[in-house]
Ligand binder design. Structure first.
Ligand SMILES: Cc1ncc(COP(=O)(O)O)c(C=O)c1O
Length: 382
């Protein structure tokens, strides 16, 4: 009998050695639950702008492609069929101006999965740094912590330690601020990363959601000079095509890194289901549904923005993405509480880093009806 086994915790139980969740921050959304309960109790119901999750139907052209591929008994491949890789490369060329071959792209099971696992899959660990913008999507930090690397926030790449940063995240359009980085800013990040031999990974999952600015891809020749060495771009169909439920996304860029990830992901079985691969081909070939969805969001965005500003919030950045980044120059949780009393739920800015402590993030991903209800309440409460 193993005498240690009587009292030692099982792996994965609290107190177990090297339990991975002990390295991670508290899942932030749990902190919002009491405010959600308040907002839910509003007689007119909850207007939920706290999460950037699509609410409109999956476009028919995509549903049909998925439905036509339900009889797929065999294992799909991690790389997917050539048709899928060509559809991805074609979209990158058409929409991002990136000249790239189908061998330098790789489907992923939603981009969150890639963001969280990339540092591990690159073999990073203790002693390495993973850098990301000071206000950022929390999964960049999670990815660093999962592999034991040190997470580092930056305002400017020039303040980073080039001898330690191995992975440099940029995110344009940004979650949470909606800020767009111009070609010159991206070029500076590319220069820095190349000088220090850090892999630059550009999260471009809001690429087709520019309102007052035109996003630029890191793979565009104006940014990278047409050379993708040391660069990756991460894209998602969740937002552009209402496909968050399908988990459809991809990464593209440096062919050597793509090949490395492909090999690892084959071992790990990180495979996009075959019907979703087929749906992705259909989604990337069709720009009409993107234009239609953009119109819905544009209308919701301007209605909410006007109502929030009239109520007394100031909106900063927000020139792209699905968010309004707004402040009353007061601690964010006060604004969260105040709006929750009106039945309106927003995300506190400190979910995205302490620098967001006086902002809230308002996602305009609710239905027209819910947006109109919120506008009415904000107007009546002025
Ligand atoms: C900046 C950013 N990257 C990645 C993702 C993940 O998107 P998905 O996993 O749906 O592709 C999100 C989702 O909100 C995001 O805001």
């Amino acid at each position: 009998m193993n005498t240690n086994s009587t009292h030692a915790p099982f792996p994965g139980h609290p107190g177990a050695a090297r339990r991975v969740s002990d390295r991670l921050p508290v899942f932030p959304w749990d902190k919002l639950e009491p405010y959600k309960a308040t907002a839910l109790a509003h007689p007119g119901g909850l207007c939920d702008f706290s999460v950037g999750t699509p609410v409109d139907p999956v476009p028919e052209v995509i549903q049909k492609a998925l439905a036509a591929h339900t009889d797929t008994p065999g294992y799909p491949t991690v790389w997917g069929p050539l048709e899928l890789r060509e559809a991805i490369a074609g979209w990158l060329d058409r929409r991002c101006g990136a000249r790239i071959g189908p061998s330098a792209v790789l489907p992923t099971v939603g981009s969150k999965e890639l963001v969280a696992s990339l540092p591990t899959q690159l073999g990073l660990g203790p002693g390495d740094q993973v850098a990301y913008p000071r206000l950022a999507y929390p999964t960049y930090e999670v990815g660093a912590r999962l592999c034991g690397a040190e997470p580092v926030e930056y305002d400017s790449v020039d303040e980073l330690d080039g001898s330690r940063v191995r992975l440099l995240w940029v995110n344009s359009p940004s979650n949470p601020t909606g800020r767009v980085l111009g070609a010159a800013e991206l070029r500076r990040a590319v220069e820095w990363a190349r000088e220090h031999r850090a892999l630059l990974v550009s999260d471009e999952c809001y690429f087709e959601l520019g309102w007052e600015a035109e996003p630029v891809s890191v793979l565009h020749p104006d940014v990278c000079g047409g050379d993708h060495e040391g660069l990756l771009a991460v894209h998602s169909l969740s937002k552009r095509s209402n496909l968050a439920g399908y988990r459809a996304s991809f990464v593209a860029g440096d062919p050597v890194v793509v090949k490395e990830l492909l090999g690892l992901r084959k071992h790990g079985g990180m495979i996009v289901p075959a019907p979703v691969q087929a749906a992705t081909v259909a989604a990337l070939a069709d720009d009409a549904h993107v234009a239609e969805q953009r119109e819905r969001y544009a209308a919701r965005r301007s209605a909410l923005r006007a109502a929030l500003e009239a109520y007394g919030l100031r909106v900063e950045h927000s020139e792209a993405s699905l968010y309004l980044w707004a402040t009353q120059d007061r601690p964010c949780w006060e604004t969260v509480a105040e709006l929750a009393a009106l039945g309106i739920l927003v995300a506190p800015g400190d979910f995205y880093g302490p620098a967001g402590g006086s902002f809230v993030r308002v996602a305009f991903t609710a239905t027209d009806e819910r947006v109109a209800a919120a506008v009415e309440r904000l107007t009546a409460a002025r």
